[in-house]
Design a protein around this ligand. Sequence first.
Ligand code: SF4
Length: 528
Amino acid sequence: MHEFYASTMKKVYIETYGCQMNVADTEVVLSVLHRAGYEPSLSLEGADLAFMNTCAIRENAEEKIWNRLGHWKNLKKRNPKVVIGVLGCMAEHLRKDLLKNSGSIVDLVVGPDEYRKLPALVESIGGVERLANSPHTPEIAVKLSRTETYDDILPFRSEGISAFISVMRGCDKFCTFCVVPYTRGRERSRSIRSIVDECKELEQQGFREITLLGQNVNSYKDEANVGADFSDLLAACARAVPNVRIRYTTSHPQDFDQKLVDTMAEHDNICKYIHLPIQSGSDRILKLMNRTYTRAHYMSIIEMIQKAAEQIHPPMQRSGIGGGWGVIPPAAGNVGWSLSTDIIVGFCTETLEDHEMTKQVMRDVEYDGAYTFNYSPRPNTRAWSTLADDVPLEEKTRRLQEIIALQNEISKRRNLDEIGREHTVLVEGRSKKNADEWKGRTDTNKTVVFSRQDAEVGEYRNVKIIRSNSATLFGELSDLKTPAFSRRGQGVVERGEVLYDLSPLVISTIEHRESVGMMELPVVNWAK
Ligand code: SF4
């Protein structure tokens, strides 16, 4: 665990935008820079290096960065020595534009596969000791790699109870709307061994929940371990740290199979929550998106999941509006499986009929949550260059509102079904609205608010649900001792606070997120 203390080390301040992959990458960047003599800065003011780790998935994600760069012009005026860097997907995507259009304040533009070079790049522009007005040429490093996984770099994590481990990078799917294959390159995976070791280390440090991350996490392959796939990795992690919850995101339907479902069912500490983006319920649109599956195939996966869930928890009568997916445990105990998805509304040529098909899938599946977005073309993608963005914005917005309203209705109903159930909840921190209440998450990734009583942050506690709305469950402790999972050191909830606010089930509080299934995070200030 790293401690912040008064020191003479040079300081780096990083703002992280976008998905959890970016949060994980920021930890890699901090680790690389820490080895080179930098520590995280407590604030932007006084930092030697000021970086933004950026997201390019949507237009408004990029707009945010441009706005922020506008504010950093003043920073540069106040402190001309500060080295300003733009990292991540936007750096990869826009490259020289960032230098040209940022008013000459950007010194470094560094893509996601070039972070090892950061100390050398800082030095090559004169280091942080350079004179304010000395001429220097900004550095651009944006080469994508087919092998870089940062497998040997232990990320620099702040204290907390939840940690991310990036297990693979890049994407080979080339969905026609998505920039990820161009900003993050081709798929490559870390070794099982290093990931399992990292899990063990995190457990030692007191982390209680680990999320395995990848743009396409279930296409993971350990090349050196012939045949080792994502299910093998998941099982290995679950066995290595049996008292830590394991989550993963994001899976692609094409790579989802029975083995993965069986592996989830087999291990109590693998969370029974699956984020499975559908994007559209229309086969015609799915084809235009190059999603590589049909609606029928997608539904066959849902059935597979449902069957597995039913084997553990028998279904009982419930009030689903579509009579669709969902199971309930027979009595107290950890409950059910849950599903969420991504939906893009108003993709090129989408008709009202296509839109209705998407709504029908939502009713059939009955997702617990959904991330929903208006389609916006991203430069250099196949959809941008070959398809007309022909659904007017007003109509997209109208359809989006319908989708959101439907999901809220489904979420509300599904959460009503939670009343009376007992969940094991990982206590994450104080409730925003009431300091006497804790917030935590169920195995199924639902946010629960409950009275603090004798519970402490980092504990797994049983909570009985007594009321709910579409976004949150409210309950009361139903145990007076830690159940199921052993009690260990309590972490300081720094990142936990951020993560809670981003529960994927609280769709109303999230502006937008990556269509690759990653939550969009607000600025993560490492020093706070
Ligand atoms: S949407 Fe997901 S699967 Fe498709 S190209 Fe982007 S990252 Fe890959």
